[in-house]
Write a protein that binds this ligand. Structure first.
Ligand code: ADP
Length: 243
């Protein structure tokens, strides 16, 4: 599966959140969306994910324009996995049910198949002992690992993650980062907005740097960190590293 943004722009009211963004999500390697808050990272993720549609330009999936028709967008979204800042788990369901319910409701799994899949994922993310706990009974890191396990349920090729560690303290961030590395090593494509630059550098792949609603640089992650390519990137990194 390949997703591409071609001159995409999205505005809210009379203000552009992003403008003229062209990039191809590289297959099987992380794409890291970096840049100051308000620069447009979340908006770009929502467009790539088919959660919103651009008013300018296009999103292409496997070379074909993504139709703005709601049923086509739903099909596109079903092929992806999502993790947001706060995990968005269902508070009234336990960890296992949080994974099985979308598999049964949205992906047509039988109950037995959904349970088997949940078991595999809970085991992979070292969560089996928590499978009966509800989100309120778990730490932030455990909740985010469940959100990751849920996003992986239907085995998507591409995982879209919007600041998945920003609500966590450093120790729990480490747990989630380990889980993300496992996913990357399985050959999944991660599209990730993050301010966790140490982790981003370690993940490798490609960087897309967004600032002031524009894409100002794309290139290898290693290069971005070794020699920050723009004045904005240098200022951003020195600010983040001081925090
Ligand atoms: P980032 O993820 O880099 O912090 P966002 O994509 O969240 O940036 O925001 C980009 C710009 O679009 C900001 O100016 C923000 O205020 C605006 N914006 C984002 N989402 C909405 C929305 N739903 N309604 C109005 N303005 C929005």
């Amino acid at each position: 599966m390949q997703i591409e943004s071609r001159h995409a722009g999205r505005c809210y009211g009379d203000r552009w959140a992003i403008r003229d963004i062209s990039l191809v999500v590289p297959a099987r390697e992380p794409l890291l969306l970096l840049g100051p808050s308000g620069g447009g990272k979340s908006t770009l993720l929502r467009l790539l994910a088919g959660l919103e549609i651009p008013q300018e330009g296009q999103i292409l999936v496997d070379g074909k324009p993504l139709s703005p028709n709601e049923s086509d967008l739903r099909i596109h979204r079903r092929r992806l996995g999502f993790v947001f800042q706060d995990g968005n788990l269902f508070p009234h369901l336990n960890a296992q049910e949080n994974i099985t319910l979308p598999l049964i409701r949205a992906h047509g799994f039988s109950r037995a198949d959904a349970l088997a899949r949940a078991h595999t994922l809970l085991e992979r993310f070292q969560l089996l002992t928590h499978s009966r706990n509800r989100p309120a009974e778990l730490s932030g890191g455990q909740r985010q690992r469940i959100a990751l396990a849920r996003a992986m349920g239907h085995d998507p090729e591409i995982l879209i993650l919007d600041e998945p560690t920003s609500a966590l303290d450093p120790e729990m961030t480490g747990e989630v980062i380990d889980a993300l590395e496992t996913i990357r090593n399985e050959g999944k494509t991660l599209v990730l907005a993050t301010h966790a630059t140490g982790f981003a550098r370690h993940l490798g792949g490609q960087v897309a740097f967004l600032q002031d609603h524009r894409l100002t640089w794309t290139g290898p992650t290693q290069k971005f960190f070794e020699a920050p390519p723009t004045e904005g990137a240098r200022a951003y990194l020195s600010r983040i590293q001081r925090e």
